[in-house]
Design a protein around this ligand. Sequence first.
Ligand SMILES: *[C@@H]1O[C@H](CO)[C@@H](O)[C@H](O)[C@H]1NC(C)=O
Ligand SMILES: *[C@@H]1O[C@H](CO)[C@@H](O)[C@H](O)[C@H]1NC(C)=O
Ligand SMILES: *[C@@H]1O[C@H](CO)[C@@H](O)[C@H](O)[C@H]1NC(C)=O
Ligand SMILES: *[C@@H]1O[C@H](CO)[C@@H](O)[C@H](O)[C@H]1NC(C)=O
Length: 353
Amino acid sequence: MTISSLFLCYYWILVVISWLGWISAQPLVPALFIFGDSIVDAGNNNNLETLVKANFAPYGRDFVKHKPTGRFCNGKLASDFTAENLGFTSYPLPYLSKQARGKNLLLGANFASASSGYDDTTAKIYNTISLSKQVDFYKSFQKKLVGMVGNSNTSSIINGSIHFVSSGSSDFVQNYYINPLLYKKYTTDQFSDILLESYTNFVQELHKMGARNIGVTTLPPLGCVPAVITIFGDDTNSCVENINKAALSFNDKLNSTSQILQARLSSLNLVVLDIYQPLHDLVTKPMDYGFFEARKACCGTGLLETSFLCNSKSPGTCKNASEYVFWDGFHPTEAANKILSDDLLAAGISLIS
Ligand SMILES: *[C@@H]1O[C@H](CO)[C@@H](O)[C@H](O)[C@H]1NC(C)=O
Ligand SMILES: *[C@@H]1O[C@H](CO)[C@@H](O)[C@H](O)[C@H]1NC(C)=O
Ligand SMILES: *[C@@H]1O[C@H](CO)[C@@H](O)[C@H](O)[C@H]1NC(C)=O
Ligand SMILES: *[C@@H]1O[C@H](CO)[C@@H](O)[C@H](O)[C@H]1NC(C)=O
């Protein structure tokens, strides 16, 4: 298939989905549940005693009300665009927020927490919500739902809904690579196997709780993230190849593990959503996608840590974030997220039907 026919195909999928959403005038699935790390955290960390937060300017400056929400972005996350693509007119609320109660929970919830990972010790280091704790919260969510709509309605909401998971980046970048106790003891391959054991437990647990549609993102090209190039790169300013290789190898294992789970668990629809290649394309060929800068982040110097350096006093925060692939040292801009979400949608089409 040529590139242009591939684009045309994506385009038609998008058109058909918007059209389905339009004629039904209601979301394509009953609810959306989100798990994972800062790629999808919509503000749970605001409510925690942790340094890993994004609830201050200039985070959120291009979001709906131009205010910080706790999203690690200038605007919308890829998962926000996914919610829109599915026909939702609001985003699943952070489960720890005050608004996440009563009827507001009927369309789903967001359990994600920045600086958490498949390995629960990653969240422990930063005092954030581990993935197993996120599952506990999902259990208490389900109890509340049963209280509101009863058992059988709850089962049909859960089994028809999409569960979206994005995790693993923090396990590598904020744990493994900076922790000699880990990187001296395990190769990246061995560490990946440990993470995938947790992933397996996580999927089995969700399945036991009634989830039937699960989309899991791959690791992004971690070696191309500005902060990673600065901290772990040589002086060439290009992507750190051994870290990208580790991410690719994790992604292969994620794929094969998922195929095994899919075969083993009854009526499970488990889809691996690749964000590695789309983001790698943005970073290596930014001009092709209308970006001017892929090395420096818009906020902060782009040369150091996330969150701590991107704040209202950051020198030289860029005027137009749409020209940048990265918003801070770790996280894509809304403009990049929009492109990633189109890829997610095309890859995740089977989760809807
Ligand atoms: C449960 O679903 C049924 C059928 O869809 C509906 O009639 C009923 O009102 C729902 N119950 C509650 C408590 O929402
Ligand atoms: C979902 O749950 C409802 C209610 O228990 C059931 O009728 C329906 O067959 C289930 N659908 C799937 C796809 O499992
Ligand atoms: C997973 O593996 C299958 C079969 O080997 C392949 O077709 C598919 O593209 C892979 N998916 C991802 C997201 O890498
Ligand atoms: C920001 O940059 C984007 C991408 O180059 C461009 O389309 C848009 O017009 C710019 N916006 C402003 C306000 O300059």
